[in-house]
Ligand binder design. Sequence first.
Ligand SMILES: Nc1nc2c(ncn2[C@@H]2O[C@H](COP(=O)(O)OP(=O)(O)O)[C@@H](O)[C@H]2O)c(=O)[nH]1
Ligand SMILES: [Mg+2]
Length: 456
Amino acid sequence: MYNKDIIVAPATPPGEAGVAIIRLSGSGCLPLSMRFFRCSTSRFTPLSHTFFHGFFSSAGGDVIDEVLFVYMATPRSYTAEDVVEIHCHGGGQCVEQIVQTFLAAGARFAKPGEFSYRAFLNGRIDLIQAEATAALIRAQSQLSHRLALAQMGGGLSRLLYSACSELREALAFFEAWIDFPDEELPELDLQQIVARLTNLKARLVSLVETYNTGRLYTDGATVILVGRPNVGKSSLLNALLREDRAIVTDIPGTTTDLIEETLLINGLKIRLIDSAGLIESHNTIEIQGVLRAQKKIQTADMILFLIDASSGFTSADRSALAYCEDHQERLVYVLSKSDLPFSSCLPQNLLTDAVCLSSLTGSGLDLLRNKIHDFLIGDNLLSDSSVVLTDLRQRDAANRTLLALDRFLNLAAESASLELMSFELRDALLQLGEITGESASADVLDLIFSKFCVGK
Ligand SMILES: Nc1nc2c(ncn2[C@@H]2O[C@H](COP(=O)(O)OP(=O)(O)O)[C@@H](O)[C@H]2O)c(=O)[nH]1
Ligand SMILES: [Mg+2]
């Protein structure tokens, strides 16, 4: 599966740019690239980790570009193999012709993520760090960027390695007893092992719980604007986006479908959804609109329920609110049109609890942004050293580890056979190793790395 051939790919995206980088990795990539590089200093000794200025020519000797050449000797490179990078001018032709020159000379075009795959196979990074690198590249908000960076630092890896070694230690006890039942062995203190693994289980449970925060930081959250027609939902969407995205009129029922836009609120990625007004209707389009809104209400992380401050809390608001009845814990009230005189028909709790704002003047919008951020992040503010699970694959493997640990603890409580207990411990270890990549199958690895971009 692991070919040690020379791979090549642009490491920078296509298109016009000042600089583009072409990356090669694999034993022999230095002599290969030196064939096409003419250094501007007369004597060229390619010292590792040093830039050289010169010209890159085709096999026929025609100059393709003025470039910088850098060689990174194994193992001090991204892949831990010999790596050469050619920094040329950005733009299609220079990159294309240089890559073609290498391909014609025997290099192979790298598959997506293949550089990172090699770094992983060579033991330079583990799977968590490889995935964190991909997450760093994909990061769309300050929070997801910070989280990916922390992940690359290896906090989660260290926690998992120590969990693995605890499991391994316990397993060694069992295996020794199974293999040498008659020999003098350190006394198997099952109680002590059970106590330690119960403790480990608690730590893994807390780790699994961090997934919700991890997901929020990486993928962002969904926030839906709901309420009766004409309360100002579409106006609020436009105001938060600072653009005229949704049509706004004083005709009820202007918005018939869901409108989704992404924005950043205090560093958090938010998918903001505008919806049709929640009313009982006989109009087919309106019925569909309400159904769609209802469906989104079920899954949204936060529901902003708008009430027009100038018209007060009406019976139409009450019937709209009925659609959100089962989701009180995700509901936040917003009093809109605060630039107009307030109606006397507003319950006191709304006046104290709701976020008061005007999409027309912009007053209260910052308050709402802070409210959204605080509501979603709450106590889950991560520090740079926080250890969290960020993707479903990691969480599922952690859950499978917990299941195996549970089975082990149940067997221990029943004083089952050592073989059965060690079987479950081995399974727990295997599942945990899937997260770091130690025991991930080739198929799983292929799938993970194929999601990376080319040149990474
Ligand atoms: N004075 C004032 N009018 C607003 C405000 N927000 C919305 N409106 C008006 O209320 C009407 C309905 O707004 P719209 O955003 O389409 O409501 P939706 O049906 O809930 O999406 C329009 O005539 C808007 O101009 C506001 O903050 N202040
Ligand atoms: Mg609307």
